[in-house]
Design a protein around this ligand. Structure first.
Ligand code: RB5
Length: 146
């Protein structure tokens, strides 16, 4: 799967760990920064991932910051993006099944490394349910963008 990945300085360490994990699992990862623990704005890195997903350059995106909140808010400003902030795997699974989320947000300061990996696995490997009621709601989300 083609995956866009980003963090700000508050999640640089986890992004690097996640990048290696995803590559080892055979994914094609594009890293949209940041490139060190030096302070950057989560708006810039998260929106770059979100744009790449909206344009179809990446199938899914993962955005991170200290809490995951700034990154998720930023990603959700991009048309066509349904970004879910998750701190445990059940929400990650359900947001794929119900919301067909195309970007996942997480916060390094909120979760441990193993939890991050579990969340990512639950999110990446769960398909959208295709349920009628979920499709209707997703269509309504799209209408909110018009
Ligand atoms: C950066 O210090 C911090 O504000 C950021 O990583 C994130 O938590 C914002 O939502």
């Amino acid at each position: 799967m083609k995956i866009g990945l980003s963090s700000d300085h508050g999640a640089f360490e986890y992004k690097e760990i996640l990048k290696e994990m995803l590559k080892e699992e055979g994914h094609e990862v594009t890293d949209f920064g940041c490139c060190s623990a030096e302070a950057v704005d989560y708006t810039d890195t998260a929106s770059a991932v979100a744009r790449s997903v909206a344009l179809g350059e990446n199938e899914k995106g993962i955005v991170m910051c200290g809490t995951g909140i700034g990154a998720s808010i930023s990603a959700n400003k991009i048309k066509g993006i349904r970004c879910a902030l998750c701190s445990e795997p059940t929400s990650a699974r359900l947001t794929r099944e119900h919301n067909d989320s195309n970007v996942l947000a997480m916060g390094q300061r909120m979760i441990g490394v193993e939890m991050m990996k579990d969340i990512v696995h639950a999110w990446l490997y769960t398909d959208f349910s295709n349920g009628e009621r979920h499709k209707r709601r997703i269509d309504k989300i799209a209408e909110l963008e018009r």
